[in-house]
Design a protein around this ligand. Structure first.
Ligand code: ATP
Ligand code: MG
Length: 433
């Protein structure tokens, strides 16, 4: 679990803002659900025999409730969708979310126990238009934030009967090789053989080579859906790899599956930035109406480790330096007046010599230092030092805030760096560089 200190948080904010903008351009609205849900929700939806449910969830009991700190966002959103009967109010809903998720897995580069995901859920559209649009959303988002080296893997698990036939085919293929599988997979073979396809153990990877392909089993509507998806992706110019070995770590998927990977950075095996798929049975399974859905989630730490995003520089524009106790009250009021005018200001309450205050002002990256000294106060003025231009003059106390605010001629919008996103600029303080 990581601390994100103020020096790093600027890049997080850039990413979050870019995601919000991108999601809203695609018609998604934010949803915020609890971090804790009933254990049963995850056990049922993600699947009892998945790694997440079997060994990764942080679960506990309180007041006779069995609870789990969420390992992912889809189940909680679906629970909320059903609980608030959203389908009855509107036929189609597009939701996005962003927040911390928790999985007690073995930590590695790009794999943490608390990590952050941003994701989307699209309810009420059977696709494959929705599927293609969502994949294009993800690829487009990564391009938007400057991640160029992407590979998109797509597959289809079919639905109902196909899924069952594929399970049988995988079982039939692997059963004779049982002894060569990892211990985990020998156990999975009877309970959930598809999980073996997702195993990272080299013995399992070897055993599954040359196995059955689900894509050959698709028929009827499943096949039409799969062909439709590929046609729409082609029309959008989204490049993808058809990857029948794609089996994601959660059991709830039906039909479309996808993952977006990068070879940028040094993520090694943890190079999947985002994954998603269709889950047409979950809403009904939770007691809701029959509403199809598709979603994805991306891992924010992994994305940040490769995205060339730069934090917007922050810090006080104006350093306010009261010299001596008599000057403090006026300095506090001046700083407050400045902030009302949209200029970030910090009062230096540590006292000491002017030289020390000026040094602190420069360390903080301030543009101006406004000095409230005894002799100036006696004359009803304060001294305004432009730390960049290295000039200084005196201004009358009563207009000081307005005058300093006026001098801040730097544009409200910070210049956009190559590859960086110019988002949220209108919230930035005046003169923020
Ligand atoms: P992986 O096999 O890469 O662990 P997963 O199948 O467990 O992925 P999902 O549950 O679909 O992944 O989560 C979507 C994305 O969330 C992943 O592609 C990854 O970017 C991120 N993610 C998943 N688990 C972690 C983790 N423990 N630490 C950091 N990021 C994670
Ligand atoms: Mg995982």
């Amino acid at each position: 679990m990581n601390d994100i200190l103020p020096d790093e948080v600027g890049r997080w904010q850039e990413l979050e803002t870019a995601f919000r903008v991108h999601a809203e351009l695609h018609g998604f609205a934010e949803v915020r659900t609890p971090v804790i849900e009933a254990t049963e929700l995850f056990a049922r939806q993600i699947g009892e025999t998945t790694d997440v449910v079997e060994k990764e969830m942080y679960s506990f009991e309180r007041h006779d409730d069995r609870l789990t700190v969420r390992p992912e966002g889809t189940a909680g959103a679906a629970r909320a969708f059903v609980e608030h009967a959203v389908a009855g109010q509107r036929p189609v809903s597009r939701w996005w979310y962003l927040g911390p998720m928790f999985r007690g897995e073995r930590p590695a580069k790009g794999r943490y126990r608390q990590f952050w995901q941003a994701g989307c859920e699209h309810y009420g559209d059977v696709g494959p238009v929705a599927d293609a649009e969502m994949i294009d959303f993800v690829v487009g988002f990564f391009q938007r934030i400057g991640i160029s080296d992407l590979t998109t893997h797509v597959s289809s698990l079919g639905s109902g009967d196909t899924h069952a036939r594929f399970r049988q085919a995988v079982f039939d293929f692997l059963a004779p090789k049982r002894a060569s599988l990892s211990d985990d997979s020998q156990r999975r073979l009877d309970k959930n053989p598809l999980r073996i396809l997702d195993s990272k153990d080299p013995r399992d990877r070897e055993a599954v080579l040359g196995g059955p392909s689900i894509l050959e089993l698709l028929d009827g509507d499943d096949l039409a859906h799969w062909n439709g998806l590929r046609r729409h992706l082609d029309a959008l110019g989204v490049r993808y790899v058809v990857d029948p070995t794609l089996v994601r770590g959660l059991d709830y998927y039906t039909r479309t599956l996808f993952e977006v990977k990068t070879s940028m950075g040094d993520l090694g095996a943890q190079n999947t930035l985002a994954g998603g798929g269709r889950y047409d049975n979950m809403i009904e399974g939770l007691g809701g109406p029959k509403v199809p859905a598709i979603g994805f989630a991306m891992g924010i730490e992994r994305v940040l480790s490769v995205a060339p995003l730069r934090a917007r520089e922050r810090g006080p524009v104006c350093w306010v330096a009261p010299m001596g106790d008599a000057a403090i009250d006026g300095a506090l009021r001046f700083a407050r007046d400045l902030r009302k005018l949209g200029v970030a200001a910090e009062v230096d309450g540590r006292g000491g010599k002017l030289k020390a205050m000026l040094r602190r002002a420069e360390t903080a990256g301030a543009r101006f230092c406004v000095i409230f000294g005894e002799s100036e106060l006696a004359r009803g003025v304060c001294a305004v030092k432009d730390l960049a231009a290295r000039t200084q003059d005196e201004v009358p106390l009563e207009d000081a805030a307005a005058i300093v605010a006026d001098r801040i001629v730097t544009p409200r919008t910070a210049p956009t760096e190559a590859g960086a996103i110019d988002a949220g600029a209108s919230d930035a303080p005046r003169g923020a560089r």
